[in-house]
Design a binder for this molecule. Structure first.
Ligand code: AMP
Length: 215
């Protein structure tokens, strides 16, 4: 199955993507994670991306598109993938459509995980992420089982710089201006399914699997 996730930052895309990826045995491709790993490794791409990310802005399309192109061509994407955080602009969506067309495949579903802005701002302040395996947590709603150590790999979980409140407000504006138009774009293709992202992690996961037709 070929899936894209369209929710706002903080809507729970990453959390749901990890579960979907494990259950359907398809790779989870997060452009945000790819940028963060480049930042950690001090690459040229990482240095450029960080300037935009720290300001709550999108990394320019020309830097983003290439990394996705390379990733989709890898062997493990043959039976499907879940794209988390890509596309985020109309040009990225058009690029993806063309790339998939060349590969002779199509998207099956665009999941729109909907959460109101006020709820997102509340959530983000408590958000923590495992820098190693990408699992996400929340200090109140979904803390790691042991202190601040990741349940999956035992690494210490951290707050991302871009989860700070003033950056979150900018990221939401960026989302409404540049990414929300994708809901219309994919509605025209007939593949959007809206899921309530405020129902709690497990209930949302259940809705997601219902939307995907997975028992
Ligand atoms: P995320 O972890 O998906 O919330 O992404 C974190 C940040 O990485 C975003 O706020 C953007 O600055 C950048 N980013 C991730 N994916 C994209 C994308 N598809 N296009 C442009 N910038 C992106």
């Amino acid at each position: 199955m070929r899936i894209i996730l369209l929710g706002a930052p903080g809507s729970g895309k990453g959390t749901q993507a990890v579960v979907i990826s494990q259950r359907l045995k398809i790779p989870h491709i997060s452009t945000g994670d790819i940028f963060r790993s480049n930042i950690k490794n001090g690459t040229e791409l990482g240095k450029k991306a960080k300037e935009y990310m720290d300001k709550g802005l999108l990394v320019p399309d020309e830097l983003t598109i290439d990394i996705v192109k390379d990733r989709l061509q890898q062997e493990d994407c043959k039976n499907g993938f879940i794209l988390d955080g890509f596309p985020r602009t109309i040009p990225q969506a058009e690029y993806l459509d063309n790339a998939l067309k060349e590969m002779g495949i199509k998207l099956d579903i665009a999941l729109n995980i909907h959460v109101p802005d006020e709820e997102i701002i509340k959530r983000m302040s408590g958000r923590r992420v495992c820098p190693k395996c990408g699992m996400t947590y929340h200090t109140e709603n979904n803390p790691p089982k042991k202190g601040n150590l990741c349940d999956g790999c035992g690494s210490e979980v951290v707050q991302r710089d871009d989860d700070k409140e003033e950056t979150v407000i900018k990221r939401l504006k960026t989302y409404h201006d540049q990414t929300e138009p994708l809901i219309d774009y994919y509605t025209k293709q007939g593949i959007v399914v809206k899921v309530d992202g405020t129902a709690g992690i497990e209930a949302t996961t259940q809705d997601v699997f219902n939307a995907l037709g997975v028992k």
